[in-house]
Design a protein around this ligand. Structure first.
Ligand code: GDP
Ligand code: IMO
Ligand code: MG
Length: 431
């Protein structure tokens, strides 16, 4: 029997590309939406019917009644944040009980993981990662160090004992750094929040998802963060602690590599980055300011200002390569509606040598080389509605398709579900 494949949607830049919006837009085409890595460091925004909603742990298919949403084994969950998300959904009349399932193998973020995250950042001083301080790094460290607590453990009689053991270990580490242990009130809130997690079906998600494939159901894997924040291929050490790339969907869900279907890579028509780390095309001028202001580039999770810059093709091509991207989705082109000129970085000058490859280390010696393109100078939201895209935007799209050898199958020009244009990829230019 021919098995279905799992499509993957993931970010190709430094996160916040608009994954939440597009997963929500695509959900009617799928039966199951499954998050495969990351945790509440993610903030995925959806907008429809005048309502804006930000999800952190829960997959972005949750607003569509027909879809089942799965939090996969590769995800790390903070029960307090999970409860807040569920409460927020319920306050909007969304009952997720029957449409959200959680892997028993997903790891738990303890209150002490968050304290360790903060202590680690403090000790790094100016070299800090700029973490979201959600305890992501320490939780994945305990996972790979084989010390972690998993969601399935909350069903065990020995859960409290296991929790106390790990907490004690963390408090010794904190004491070594002169940091206090966990606040009892916070700890109680965490323990109480486990009740919300218990209300959901806790599953062997690898079996569940493979069964769904055998039944001919369609699955979309939802990535968090972006490829340039990947633990192996991102701008290390200024990265997150999980595999944000396509391979992460295999390990984070228990899906074999030969079961991966389309790989949808999502990118902004420019670049942003929140937190520390190299950013070759960063703009510290009024253009960067305009991208931030018009694009409302403030973190969905932390509210921090996102750094902004021009589109970076060497970085985009690198992400396309390591993910096996089959199609691109371009977001937020509308932010540049008023720009006379739009620049695209095609190469870097590294120590005076021209290259189109991401160097091992991106330092200040990496100078971006740009091609200038004419801006479209019109309201793209309106153009999208009429389906009549301006020539300059079509030129911009064609240039990116040619430089990446990958078709752009979707263009987004606004945060709302409706502000989305699907393109026939067969018609799209490829190199
Ligand atoms: P995610 O983490 O990849 O899901 O992205 P975020 O939700 O963190 O950030 C994307 C932001 O851009 C959100 O505020 C979205 O509502 C908004 N957004 C998404 N697509 C578009 C678009 O095409 N145009 C504009 N102007 N905003 C968009
Ligand atoms: P979504 O899914 C943008 C960044 C942080 C920091 C680095 C490490 O919304 O795209 P961590 O908390 O993981 O230890 O932080 O990664 N970061 C993100 N940036 N979008 C995200 O998620 C991010 N998740 C983490 O700012 O630089
Ligand atoms: Mg985000």
């Amino acid at each position: 029997m021919q098995l279905n494949k799992v499509d993957v949607l993931l970010g190709l830049q430094w996160g916040d590309e608009g994954k939440g919006k597009i997963v929500d837009v695509l959900t009617p085409r799928y039966d199951v939406i499954a998050r495969f890595q990351g945790g509440p460091n993610a903030g995925h925004t959806l907008e429809f019917e005048g309502i804006k909603h930000v999800l952190h742990t829960i997959p972005s298919g949750i607003f569509r009644k027909e879809a089942i949403n799965v939090v996969g084994n590769g995800v790390v969950i903070d029960p307090i944040i999970f409860k807040k998300e569920i409460d927020a959904l319920e306050s909007r009349g969304v009952d997720a009980t029957d449409r959200l399932k959680v892997s028993k193998k997903a790891h738990l973020i303890l209150p002490t993981h968050r304290l360790l995250d903060a202590a680690s950042e403090k000790s790094k001083g100016k070299e800090k990662i700029g973490s979201t301080l959600k305890g992501i790094g320490p939780t994945y460290m305990d996972k790979t160090g084989r010390n972690g607590l998993r969601v399935g453990d909350i069903l065990s009689d020995r859960f409290r004992e296991k929790y106390e053991f790990l907490k004690h270990k963390h408090e010794l580490l904190l004491a070594q750094q002169g940091e206090p242990g966990v606040d009892p009130e916070m700890e109680q809130q965490w323990i109480d929040s486990l009740g919300t997690l218990r209300r959901f079906e806790l599953i062997d998600s690898e079996h569940y998802l493979n069964e769904k494939l055998r039944e001919g159901k369609r699955i979309l894997a939802e990535g968090a963060q972006g490829s340039l924040l990947d633990i192996d291929f991102g701008s290390y050490p200024f990265v997150t602690s999980s595999s944000t790339i396509c391979a992460g969907a295999c390990t984070g869900l228990g899906i074999a590599p030969n079961r991966i279907g389309r790989v949808i890579g999502i990118f902004k028509a420019y670049c942003t980055r929140v937190g520390s780390g190299p950013f070759p095309t960063e703009l510290d001028d009024e253009v960067g300011e305009a991208l931030c202001r018009i694009g409302n580039e403030f973190g969905s999770t932390t509210g921090r200002r996102r750094r902004t810059g021009w589109l970076d093709l060497p970085a985009l091509n690198y992400a396309i390569m390591i993910n096996g991207v089959t199609e691109l989705n371009m977001m937020k082109a509308d932010v540049m509606d008023d720009f006379d000129t739009i620049r695209i970085c095609t190469h870097y000058l590294v120590n005076g040598k021209l290259t189109d490859r991401m160097p091992y280390e991106i330092t200040e010696k990496v100078d971006p080389v740009y091609v200038d393109m004419k801006g479209w100078k019109c309201n793209l939201r309106e153009a999208l509605r009429s389906g009549d895209l301006p020539k300059e935007l079509l030129d911009y799209i064609a240039f990116i398709e040619k430089q990446t050898g990958t078709p752009i199958s979707l263009v987004s020009a606004g945060p709302d579900r409706s502000e989305t244009l699907f393109r026939d990829v067969k018609e799209a230019t490829t190199a």
